[in-house]
Design a protein around this ligand. Structure first.
Ligand SMILES: Cc1cc2nc3c(=O)[nH]c(=O)nc-3n(C[C@H](O)[C@H](O)[C@H](O)COP(=O)(O)O)c2cc1C
Length: 367
């Protein structure tokens, strides 16, 4: 087995990535307040990790209604754009590449982080049993149960698509190398894809094609801003995270979406296998192979990877690049550690979300 395959370059549309070790989008809840604005601390954090073949930014809400966690950075105001410019400049100065992840939480939210304390929105009105990070009953920041969402009216949905398109423009002005649509982990596009949650009877639900309409309208809109060769999508087929329940139609749903991605020329798809990282049942290799016959662009795989597993998946051509999340938190120079066989540092989950530079920019590179 070629131990360096993970460290070989990869062509991603117009970008030549230095290696196939991608930094996962990781929400760290450390934007400047008020205004959810990226700042110097965030720029330093990303620059430290610029040895990744590609960095995907933490999820960035495309509008105020798309937020479900305190202190996550936005991608819709001029100040946020200026803040992101600090990040992209710092990454580029060190030779790195960075895509922005565009996010709308849908029902995974709470009135305390919604504009005018309104109910969050979703494809339907089914409430999640999951928690988000907002203001609790005592007025303190903390984990709270998601509020009951309001189903979007049919004629409101193009406006939500337009918010993704606006955010894609802001990301372009901010100097990103491309964008990733967050279609995974039980957030709004994933809610629309689900036959459990999406019980709509209009054009946005009722069949595999209709359930993919919201995601595909977003993808087409974002491609209109960036061109398809700079647009990727993240998905979590069969994933139950954020209390999605068991969707018996997940396979045909995702294979339909794969066909449409091929048609639109989406440059990469990142498939998260929540099974591998959460010790539950996940999609099998046969699904990935079927996916790749329909969608012939670049495929990333995510979830619970070690170097050894990454090498296996690359060698068996299941994917073209491997995404690492938690390992990048505690090992800013992860690809270099892989190259030199340096043992990995383990991160501290208590500093994953929120706080200051501790557990954020103070993980040292190996010397
Ligand atoms: C602290 C933390 C924050 C995360 N934030 C995001 C996010 O903003 N967007 C996203 O798509 N996934 C997010 N994830 C999921 C990771 O991107 C990744 O898929 C997951 O951690 C599994 O990969 P790993 O086993 O390499 O960590 C997050 C995970 C963690 C641990």
């Amino acid at each position: 087995m070629n131990s360096m395959q993970l460290l070989e370059p990869l062509q991603l549309g117009p970008l030549t990535l230095a290696n196939r070790c991608v930094m996962a989008p990781l929400t760290r809840c450390r934007s400047k307040q008020p205004g959810n604005i990226p700042w110097q601390l965030n720029a330093q954090y990303y620059a430290q990790r610029s040895g990744a073949g590609l960095i995907v930014s933490e999820a960035t809400q495309v509008c105020a209604q798309g937020q479900g966690y305190l202190w996550t950075p936005g991608m819709y105001t001029p100040d946020q754009m200026e803040g992101w410019r600090l990040v992209t400049d710092a990454v580029h100065a060190k030779g790195g590449r960075i895509h922005a992840q565009l996010w709308h939480v849908g029902r995974i939210s709470h009135r305390s982080v919604q504009p005018d304390s309104q109910a969050p929105v979703s494809c339907g009105n089914s409430q999640s049993d999951s928690t988000c990070f907002a203001i609790d009953e005592k007025g303190h920041p903390g984990r709270v149960h998601c509020d009951q969402p309001r189903a979007l009216a049919s004629d409101e949905i193009p406006g939500v698509v337009a918010q993704f398109v606006h955010a894609a423009r802001v990301a372009k002005q901010a100097g990103f190398d491309g964008v990733q649509v967050h279609g995974a982990n039980g957030y709004l596009p994933d809610q629309f894809l689900s036959s459990v949650l999406n019980t709509r009877t209009d054009a946005w639900g009722g069949s595999v094609v209709n359930r993919s309409k919201f995601l595909m309208e977003v993808v087409r809109g974002v491609i209109g801003v960036w061109g398809a060769d700079r647009v990727g999508v993240r998905l979590s087929p069969m994933g139950g995270f954020n209390t999605m329940g068991h969707d018996t139609q997940w396979r045909e749903q995702h294979l339909e979406v794969a066909r449409q991605f091929q048609r639109e020329g989406v440059v990469y798809v990142d498939l998260i296998n929540q099974g591998w990282s959460q010790g539950v049942e996940g999609f099998d290799e046969g699904f990935i192979r079927d996916y790749r016959t329909l969608y012939r662009g670049v495929v990333f795989l995510s979830g619970g990877f070690t170097l050894e597993l990454a090498q296996q998946r690359l060698a068996s051509r299941l994917c073209d690049a491997v995404v690492f999340g938690r390992p990048f938190i505690a090992n800013p120079d992860l690809p270099e550690r892989f190259r030199r066989g340096i043992p990995l540092t383990t991160g501290n989950p208590s500093t994953y979300h929120g706080g200051d530079e501790r557990g954020y920019t103070d993980y040292a590179a190996a010397t």
